[in-house]
Design a protein around this ligand. Structure first.
Ligand code: FAD
Length: 286
């Protein structure tokens, strides 16, 4: 078990993100994915949290299962939305007691239609403060290369991200496709005096409709040049995936060449695209 802040201080980190499965079949898929990805020796893996507490137990159980039964270091996501301060504190204390040392602090977007109460904490920065009070966790926050969708403008978004990251240890970004968006984020944080690691989030396109939907929700755009490269294969799922892996590999190479402190792969609980990009990058087991 390790603190991710220490791992990042020692060199580039390569990590994978998973979500807690909702059905027995999805559980089996994730189990197989973990078996296939563990040999790549990721620096850490992270587990999402359903905003509003919708995966509270499942996130906890998966994080602790990975900690106890694999060689991988887990990071638990946690979101403020719809929780009281006491509930968040209880979640954090339970992680501390289980030996989990890494938490990604988030605002969270609760699912529409559930009619959940307002959370007592509104922004991720407040959760960072609470987590610091609970234990010496290594703490991450999210950063949005193209700006968070609800921010009135990019300058204000960068100001808030800088203030948030000043209190945390490192950031992981929303997925994006243009290296320039990532480098602009890093540069704008440095202009504000923040030089902590910002790990780029990578989402390979394996299905154009699916990624466009996710991109619309996250505020990331799928650029025309990406669509133009993939669209000719629209009727051939394997070719779309191959092209998506090629595009993601190029992005990763450019990010690493430009000094990114690692790569965080949004796996969607599948291993194939991630393994292919990992192999293309010649990373081997880290
Ligand atoms: P926050 O820092 O909370 O900010 C949210 C908005 O409020 C921004 O527009 C910001 O500019 C604004 N803001 C911040 N501080 C202030 C202030 N003091 N005054 C006024 N406005 C302010 N969601 C989940 O539900 N579960 C997950 O597991 C999850 N994992 C994620 C992992 C990563 C790497 C990323 C990038 C996102 C993830 N998300 C997850 C999505 C995230 O919860 C949403 O993007 C959410 O809308 C914002 O959370 P945040 O922590 O990014 O932003």
């Amino acid at each position: 078990m390790a603190r991710i802040a220490d791992l990042l201080a020692a060199g580039p980190c390569f990590s994978f993100e998973f979500f807690p499965p909702k059905s027995e079949e999805a559980e089996r898929v994730l189990e197989q994915t973990l078996v296939e990805l563990e040999p790549l020796r990721p620096s850490y893996v992270s587990i999402t949290y359903g905003a509003g507490g919708t995966t509270r137990e499942r996130t906890h159980d998966l994080v602790v299962q990975i900690l106890r039964t694999t060689t991988m270091t887990p990071m638990a996501h946690l979101t403020c939305a719809a929780h009281t301060r006491a509930e968040l504190q209880a979640v954090l204390e339970r992680y501390r007691d289980a030996g989990v040392q890494n938490v990604l602090c988030l605002g969270g977007d609760p699912p529409a239609g559930l009619n959940l109460p307002e959370g007592e904490l509104k922004y991720a920065a407040e959760l960072v403060q609470l987590a610091r009070d609970v234990d010496g966790f290594s703490l991450a926050v999210a950063a949005h290369p193209e700006g968070h969708p609800s921010s009135p403008n990019l300058t204000l978004d960068r100001d808030r991200t800088a203030a948030k990251l000043a209190q945390a240890d490192f950031a992981v970004t929303q997925f994006f496709f243009r290296p320039g968006d990532y480098f602009a984020l890093v540069e704008s944080l440095a202009d504000r005096g923040i030089t902590k690691p910002v790990v780029p989030g990578i989402m390979p396109v394996t299905n154009l409709a699916g990624i466009s939907r996710m991109a619309a929700l996250s505020g990331a755009a799928v650029p025309r040049e990406v669509i133009d490269r993939i669209e000719p294969y629209a009727d051939d799922a394997a070719a779309v995936r191959r092209c998506g892996v090629e595009i993601a590999t190029e992005l990763c190479l450019e990010l690493l060449a430009g000094g990114a402190p690692g790569l965080h792969f949004y796996t969607l609980n599948r291993s194939t695209a991630t393994r292919e990009i990992h192999a293309n990058l010649g990373l081997g087991a880290s």
